[in-house]
Write a protein that binds this ligand. Structure first.
Ligand code: ATP
Ligand code: MG
Length: 573
């Protein structure tokens, strides 16, 4: 916990290399000292914690330097995109606590991009290639060997123009033709070897319907879109480093084509790349996350085991803990694998401040207070959060018949067992000191009931009992509690870095990543709680109500344990 905190503070004191570049640009008076960034999700899936890292950067730079961050949906591939994703992306960004300036769509620029492509054809900078994508790939060469020019490379502009028009008709066959930029088949940067800039897709687009039949590739849309919007700093991840010269090249073409932009001479977006977030024991590739969902290997995008923001929200992670974690790992120019234990530590640190302390018994056994009058009840005060007095308190009902955790009792206990055991005293949290007097077993020897006697003058908060007892146990009253199901989660994958493994990633899934405790009891105060309320089940961990809850059955997700049990396991080994 301490390391996270000190890291966070350090991070605040020193600028990230991206912020340093931004400050240099401001100092040099670039773009009239204006700062504009964008977050550019493709609406083809749900956001994950890796996206949150990009969001924190894009929105953070805008916030810190009095600029604006817009959202731009990079919707250039209708075959995988839809409005459900758009809606959820908006929701997740708001949940993280960021506000965008405008919402833009790459599809808003299809007309302009088309005109630019036509101009490129007319000026000998692009041509229609009728070879298959396999052939084109085979002709690309290697970084040390030049590629083979397409036989269509030097076809007349009129021919390409007519075919380009044809590409944009309902009759065009996907894969039959592409438009390629005519750049340099020998360039050591493979992205310059006549990159494909338009391809035919006949799936209707979620915004433009069937207006278009061919669509620009990412490289032909991204930089231009940045330019159209007046983005000053286009911050992205390291895999785009080799794309940067192409990004700049297409903007050069755009300037030659569209002289109305001449007055914006120094207004060219600058691409800056930082390292992706990769987390241990999970995968971050959208393709793999899609597979997990589509093959029912998890229960949807918001399964609490998923690295998606909706999954983490459902599990009970707070937006502040995710942002705190991202702050603590920082931004560099080298890809690395981040330890999920750091994320969990950030979650604990934040929930410790936020969570309401409540009582819940996950593996119950009956405890009877034999000298407590039958039918009598008392309302005991339970402090909601010792870390925050303003959170107040609630009451929990005490009575003769209680539930406690099975693991809190031992008939023949070793010396250091400070929980319940015959002849020993413990405190029942917020209530009395009780002395265990014995237990009852069934025919198989299973303990079915524990007996104890309470000391009436030992009530919590009163002066009565001036002796100290070592153990304090949580409990709920058997007649004043609610039945509940608790879902406990472990790592989704069995190995630290499933993405670096040669085996099919599905074989690497942890078969025990979900444990359901179906026979739990929680105090009745929890009937008032909703998904989104942060809870601590005392002595157990942090929990959140799941939306699957019904009035008859409360369902809770375990967010994270109170301590890092994983680290303890590692030490033992
Ligand atoms: P895919 O997995 O299909 O390649 P993607 O994860 O890159 O897709 P996009 O919607 O294109 O998804 O991403 C939007 C932005 O989020 C991009 O700027 C991208 O660089 C950034 N981003 C995506 N994954 C990560 C990550 N793991 N860490 C940091 N930033 C990320
Ligand atoms: Mg991408």
């Amino acid at each position: 916990m301490n390391t996270i905190e000190s890291n966070t503070n350090e991070e605040k004191r020193s600028l990230s290399f991206v912020e340093q570049l931004v400050e240099d640009d401001i100092a040099a008076g670039k773009n009239g000292k204006r700062i504009q960034t964008r977050f550019p999700p493709e609406p083809n899936g749900y956001l994950h914690i890796g996206h949150a890292k990009a969001i924190c950067m894009d929105f953070g730079v805008a916030e810190n330097y009095n600029g604006v961050c817009n959202l731009r949906f990079d919707d250039t591939n209708p075959s995988k995109e839809n409005n459900e994703y758009v809606e959820n992306i908006l929701h997740d960004i708001s949940w993280l606590g960021f506000k965008w300036g405008n919402i833009y769509y790459a599809s808003d620029y299809f007309e302009k991009l088309w005109e630019l492509a036509v101009w490129m054809i007319k000026t000998g900078k692009a041509y229609v290639d009728e070879q298959s994508s396999e052939t084109i790939a085979a002709q690309k060469g290697t970084p040390t060997e030049p590629g083979v020019p397409s036989p269509y490379r030097d076809r007349p502009a009129e021919e390409s123009l007519a075919l380009f028009e044809k590409m944009n008709t309902a009759e065009a066959v996907e894969g039959s033709m592409v438009l390629r930029a005519k750049l340099d088949m020998a360039n050591p940067n493979m992205h310059f070897r006549d990159p494909i800039i338009y391809r035919i897709i006949q799936t209707p687009h979620h915004r433009t319907g069937t207006k278009w039949h061919c669509y620009p590739m990412y490289d032909f849309a991204h930089g231009q879109s940045d330019y159209f919007e007046g983005v000053t700093h286009s911050i992205c991840t390291l895999e785009f480093v080799p794309h940067r010269p192409l990004y700049d090249k297409f903007i050069d073409f755009l300037k030659d084509f569209d002289h109305t932009a001449d007055n914006l001479q120094d207004n060219r977006p600058r691409q800056i790349e930082f390292n992706r977030l990769n987390l241990t024991y999970t995968v971050m590739s959208k393709r793999k996350l899609h597979t997990l969902v589509d093959e029912n290997l998890v229960n949807g995008w918001d399964d609490p085991r998923m690295p998606t923001l909706c999954g983490m929200r459902r599990r009970g992670y707070s937006p502040e803990s995710i942002r705190g974690f991202i702050d603590s790992i920082g931004y560099t120019k080298f890809d690395a694998l981040n330890d999920v234990a750091l994320l969990e530590a950030a979650v604990r640190e934040d929930l410790n401040k936020k969570a309401t302390r409540v009582s819940a018994v996950l593996d119950p056994v009956k405890l009877v207070i034999t000298n407590y009058p039958e039918g009598q009840t008392e309302e005991m005060e339970a402090i909601n959060n010792p870390e925050n007095e303003a959170d107040g308190s609630h009451t929990i009902t005490f009575s003769k018949n209680l539930w406690i955790e099975r693991a809190d009792f031992m008939e023949d206990a070793p010396k250091k067992f400070f929980r319940m055991s015959p002849g020993k005293e413990v405190r029942l949290k917020n209530a009395y000191i009780v002395m265990c007097t014995g237990c009852t077993k069934d025919a198989e020897g299973n303990i079915i009931e524990i007996q104890a006697e309470y000391d009436p003058i030992s009530k919590s908060g009163l002066e009565g009992a001036n002796r100290k007892v070592k153990g304090t146990l949580h409990w709920v009253s058997a007649d004043h509690c609610i039945k509940a199901e608790v879902r406990e989660y472990d790592r989704l994958f069995n190995i630290e870095n499933p993405s670096a493994d040669d085996r099919d990633f599905r074989e690497l899934l942890n078969p025990d990543s979900l444990t359901v405790h179906s026979n739990c009891y929680v105090e009745s105060y929890l009937a008032e709680k909703k998904p989104g309320d942060y809870l601590q089940f005392q002595r157990t961990g942090y929990f959140m109500l799941d939306p699957d809850t019904t009035p008859e059955r409360l369902i809770f997700n375990k967010t994270v344990g109170l301590k890092d049990t994983w680290a303890k396991e590692m030490k033992k080994n």
